[in-house]
Ligand binder design. Structure first.
Ligand SMILES: [Zn+2]
Length: 190
């Protein structure tokens, strides 16, 4: 992460889920923002059209495993196999461990084929007891140039809509007026 870089990276985990994914794409489009979607292989297999839609409008995708296993509770061989299984449907050399939980042996093996992408800012939008305002504050108060922010693709449209105010705040004009621009995560990786 380069602290001189005036960019922040938006990432969305756990999609593609029909409904909420299109909703997020609409929000991003309003602000001309690009993001990286760390997709679950099983979801990609079920919703290929949405997976292609994400890339079709200019966002990038990453591997978030096939079954979303917790690395700390999974045998290394099964864990690595699960990531490779996701690779059959997700053409990407970036991997984000589900829950951010990965054993050293697992990352050692996966680093041969992938760049492992964590995050430094968590919005907590996956926790329905956290208000959208608080999610927004979690981002705004912790973000720095070069930050990687993680959001979740919600399970339902209503959950997704709940986060509108938060998204608008993060993607909106005041953000750009602060001299920060939004770019693909892939620029960071290259
Ligand atoms: Zn996840």
């Amino acid at each position: 992460m380069n602290p001189d870089e005036k960019v922040v990276y938006l990432t969305f985990d756990d999609g593609p889920v029909p409904g909420p994914t299109e909703f997020v794409l609409e929000q991003l489009k309003k602000y001309n923002a690009k993001a990286t979607f760390f997709c679950i292989g099983d979801n990609v297999k079920k919703h290929k059209d949405i997976f292609y839609m994400i890339q079709g409008v200019g966002h990038s995708v990453g591997n978030h495993s096939f079954h979303h296993f917790n690395g700390w509770e999974t045998e290394t061989e099964s864990y690595v196999n699960d990531v490779q299984k996701a690779r059959e449907v997700i053409d990407s050399q970036t991997f984000r461990p589900p829950y951010g939980k990965i054993k050293r042996a697992q990352s050692r093996l996966l680093l041969k084929d992938y760049k492992i992408v964590m995050w430094d800012v968590l919005s907590y939008d996956f926790d329905t007891t956290v208000t959208p305002e608080k999610c927004y504050q979690n981002v705004i108060q912790n973000v720095r140039p070069g930050s990687i922010i993680v959001f979740m693709i919600a399970k339902s449209i209503s959950e997704s809509e709940r986060s509108t105010s938060k998204m608008s705040g993060v993607f909106g004009k005041e953000w750009i007026q602060n001299g920060k621009t939004l770019r693909y995560l892939s620029f960071y990786i290259e």
